[in-house]
Design a binder for this molecule. Structure first.
Ligand code: FAD
Length: 473
């Protein structure tokens, strides 16, 4: 039986944080959006430690922050590291950076099945048509443009859906990314793999750090230790490629023997039991995650989240990168759908900003993996890669909290206000005043974005579109 093709403005493949966010940001502008997700939610996913930029920035913009705050997730004040040349573990606190100081100086450790369900339900409530158990198989093209996808629906029926734009948010396993052209480029620096499981009864750090992520370096790599409730802990060993043979054979035994080699983690887990049943009962392996696609879009198709790239679990940047890419791509989609700017310009803006954020995290992580430095040297390196001159640990915390881009949508209200004021002063210096007055007349406040490239676009005041800046900075 053949089915007539369905028509949408935007079709999103994949309902993880990237897909759900992109779909919601587009639907909130009144566009017709279909999201196709292969699994039935709630489904398992790794990536449980979030950043303040996601919790207070993206979730606020999505209109889901209240639900996230009420979900009972563990509050993450910062991170604790047994890392570097010093002998003592050290901690950082998100409140140290003015980008997050005040009521936004924390994030959450989340069970992804619950967090991702909240984002997907929110997409539905904001007008996205969400269909689960629908696996997208390939892009449909016409006249050199992607104009839809073929998918298998929940009843096993092959269907075609058409749209003006397709978003590939199918994550690490994306097959659609091939349709964009170019290649996935794997990192020369990061070729790690992870072996991870879940424990009941692991120890907690003393207050106020009990919700921190703990990262502990050991001879084969490092461990993450993430408290997901008072008693549930996610524990993973990230191993260098040359230690890959440590995960051959029985995975539970392999994880156990790695834990024995890391005294801090062995101590934290000395009274704990590994969970052996249900969603958390498996010891899982992940590898081949450090890559960036060398093309982000082509006419009719754009990649977001893990479909476009991921770096490394250290510093928990994955959900931040995925949802930030969704915001940037959604601005491009919303602007192109409104027909205000050429789509090439819109998607080039997405690509430029996302590459910058990716590169910043990447370059910092390359240095951080050198465990022969001390934390002061890591803080200095954070200042170098971000160009943020803030003293002490501030530039480091701004970066690892997800605020390196200085994107006002991702930072605290007080920092946004301060930045607006700075931009206002800057605008007077470069004769932007006419433009500012127009913007203020239209929206009642000053714009708070600057181009990141010569002649680049800036975010509109509502944060949901791109517009041309009146004057180059
Ligand atoms: P995903 O979360 O992978 O979502 C993609 C969705 O697409 C899935 O729901 C999938 O079912 C669906 N899909 C797949 N194929 C199809 C198809 N053909 N049709 C329709 N739907 C499809 N990030 C953090 O922020 N914090 C961490 O602590 C952290 N730890 C990590 C540890 C490890 C070992 C690894 C490998 C990653 C970690 N990450 C972490 C990264 C994080 O897992 C990802 O960056 C994040 O999940 C990306 O979100 P996404 O929406 O792009 O992709």
């Amino acid at each position: 039986m053949t089915h007539p093709a369905e028509e949408y403005d935007v079709l999103v493949a994949g309902g993880g944080p990237g897909g759900a966010s992109a779909a919601t940001f587009v639907a909130m502008q009144g566009h017709r959006v279909l999201l196709l997700e292969k699994e039935e939610f709630p489904r398992y996913q790794i990536g449980e430690s979030l950043l303040p930029s996601t919790v207070h920035g993206i979730c606020r913009l999505l209109g889901v922050a209240d639900q996230v705050h009420e979900a009972g997730f563990v509050r993450k004040r910062g991170g604790t590291f047994a890392w570097g040349s010093g002998s003592e573990p050290w901690s950082f606190d998100f409140a140290l950076s003015e980008k997050f100081a005040g009521p936004t100086s924390f994030a959450y450790q989340v069970e992804r099945a619950k967090f991702d369900q909240l984002l997907l339900d929110n997409a539905r409530s904001k007008g996205v048509e969400v269909r689960e158990r629908c696996a997208v198989s390939e892009a449909v093209e016409e006249d050199g443009r992607v104009c839809g996808v073929r998918y298998t629906d929940a009843d096993g029926v092959e269907r075609t859906a058409r749209a003006r734009y397709v978003v590939d948010a199918t994550g690490n396993s994306s097959r659609l990314q091939r349709a964009v052209g170019g290649e996935r480029r794997y990192s020369e620096h990061f070729q790690n793999l992870a072996l991870f499981g879940y424990f009941e009864g692991g120890r907690r750090l003393p207050e106020p750090n009990s919700g921190n992520i703990t990262c502990v370096a050991f001879p084969s790599g490092w461990f993450w230790y993430i408290p997901l409730s008072d008693t549930l802990t996610s524990v993973g060993a990230v191993l260098r490629k040359d230690c890959a043979d440590r995960v051959r054979g029985d995975r539970a035994e392999a994880l156990g023997s790695l834990i024995d080699e890391c005294p801090i983690i062995a101590d934290y887990l000395s009274d704990a039991q590994r969970i052996t049943e249900g969603r958390y009962g498996e010891v899982r392996v992940r590898k081949d995650w450090s890559y960036l696609h060398d093309t982000f879009w082509r006419p009719g198709l754009v990649l977001v989240g893990d479909a476009v790239g991921f770096i490394d679990p250290l510093f928990s940047s994955g959900v931040h990168m995925s949802t930030y890419s969704a915001l940037l791509a959604a601005r491009s989609l919303n602007t192109a759908l409104r027909g205000e700017l050429d789509e090439r310009e819109c998607f080039a803006e997405y690509e430029a900003r996302y590459r910058k954020e990716y590169q910043t995290f990447h370059d910092f992580l390359v240095t951080f993996y050198d465990v022969n430095r001390d934390e002061q040297q890591y803080f200095e390196e954070a200042r170098r890669v971000t160009g943020d001159a803030a003293p002490g640990a501030q530039a480091f915390v701004g970066l690892v909290g997800g605020g390196a881009s200085d994107e006002s949508a991702l930072t605290s209200e007080s920092y946004r206000d301060k930045r607006k004021q700075q931009l206002h002063e800057l605008s007077r210096g470069v004769h932007w005043e006419g433009h500012r007055i127009q913007l203020q007349a239209a929206f009642g406040e000053a714009a708070d974005d600057v181009p990141v490239t010569d002649g680049g676009l800036i975010a509109s005041l509502d944060g949901m579109h791109w517009e041309r800046s009146a004057e180059p900075v």
